[in-house]
Design a binder for this molecule. Structure first.
Ligand SMILES: Cc1ncc(COP(=O)(O)O)c(C=O)c1O
Length: 380
């Protein structure tokens, strides 16, 4: 099956009893056994559920993996991946990971004596320098949230193999349409399915995909033991959204290129970061390993905090919202929104400057998105 066919069909079978082309939602906690020790493959939904199983098969196929394991959120997925480790282990992590991930690592997992070093993973030499004997995992996000740094996955995979590390990739921004990290040697690829994969701002969810039997067994054990599982209804909604992933991603990327080029030429914009622009520091790596550049852009406004606030309060079509990866264009200003509580020095040290704006370009008409940004920038 070619990729686009897999997106629409893989893992999904019509309901055997009725022929319903859209499989039913198995909204049940419990399954009745035929006799002691004999079930129909299911006993309790925390362990497995037919709707979840179908979604897991669909997601695994799309990413080119053998096993998919779904969780109740992207964060529950990251947490469950880190549960592969034990006290005393050390993790090397991309320095611009989603803030929720670094908060989880720094404020929760350090309580269990896991240690983290953050490094610019777009530079393999910097990653090599911080690997220690206790390092057990390399966790890379590419492109990163929000600065869109791109990491060379083949180089990371080589390093991980040399040092016997589990290599995990958060590929939420790229989606399997544009990047399939398992092809570059990743052991685990994870997505917040809340974003592009479900695509319509309708659920919170996450998935990890792997080709390694040992890791799949361990992750399934963690899934059923801890129970951070998505509801059958959320799995079903995700399945419906997923069927148009390839079409949506095409449009997200085409629109994002138009918006990025518009912003790059705008006098009130100091700098635009989009992997599809020749000016992006890792444009060559992105071009080589990705089949497209997705829909996320960040840009630096002239005029800092005040300009950021004005643009946020002036947009009409772009939704002022902290999420990303859905059909609607969404815009955020980290300094006054997501990172308002982070001390200024720390925010600046992380590259989250006062005028930084992140935009998740939707699938509306690009002319309307540009027109909205143009009128908002005029006021800044
Ligand atoms: C790159 C990335 N990874 C993980 C997450 C966490 O996902 P969730 O919000 O589904 O828990 C997010 C959320 O924004 C994200 O952007």
């Amino acid at each position: 099956m070619k990729f686009d066919t897999k997106v629409v069909r893989a893992g999904i079978t019509p309901d055997p009893t009725t022929g319903a082309i859209v499989p039913p939602i198995f909204q049940t906690a419990t399954y009745v056994l035929d006799e002691v020790g004999k079930d129909k493959g299911f006993d309790y939904t925390r362990s497995s559920n037919p709707t979840r199983q179908m979604l897991e098969a669909q997601l695994a196929a799309i990413d080119g993996g053998a096993h998919g394991i779904c969780f109740a959120s992207g964060m529950a997925t990251v947490d469950s991946c880190l549960k592969l480790l034990k006290s005393g282990d050390h993790v090397v992590c991309s320095d611009d990971v989603y803030g929720g991930v670094s908060r989880h690592f720094n404020q929760v997992l350090t309580r269990y004596n896991l240690n983290f070093t953050y490094v610019d993973s777009s530079d393999p030499d910097k990653v090599r320098e911080v690997i220690r004997p206790e390092t057990k995992m390399l966790w890379v996000e590419t492109p990163t949230n929000p600065l869109l740094k791109v990491t060379d996955l083949a180089a990371m995979s080589k390093l991980a193999k040399e040092h016997g590390l589990i290599f995990g990739v958060d590929s939420t921004f790229a989606t399997p349409v544009f990047l399939r990290p398992l092809e570059f040697g990743a052991d685990l690829v994870m997505h917040s399915t809340t974003k592009y994969l479900s695509g319509h701002n309708q659920i919170i969810g996450g998935v990890v995909i792997t080709n390694r039997q040992d890791l799949a067994e361990e992750m399934k054990f963690i899934q059923k033991t801890i129970g951070a599982v998505p509801s059958p209804f959320d799995c079903w909604l995700t399945m419906l959204g997923l069927k148009t992933l390839h079409l949506r991603m095409d449009r997200h990327a085409t629109n994002a290129q138009v918006v990025a080029e518009f912003l790059e030429a705008h006098p009130k914009v100091e700098r635009v970061t989009y992997p599809g622009l020749a000016s992006h520091p890792q444009h060559a790596v992105a071009k080589a390993q990705m089949d497209g550049f997705s829909g996320m852009i960040s840009f630096e406004l002239v005029g800092g905090i005040a300009a950021g606030r004005t643009v946020m309060n002036s947009v009409r079509l772009c939704a002022l919202a902290e999420s990303l990866g859905a059909v609607e264009t969404m815009i955020t200003h980290p300094a006054t929104m997501t990172h308002v509580d982070v001390p200024v020095e720390e925010r600046h040290a992380r590259g989250l400057t006062d005028g930084l704006v992140r935009i998740s370009v939707g699938i509306e008409d690009a002319d309307d998105i540009v027109a909205d940004l143009e009128q908002a920038l005029k006021k800044a």
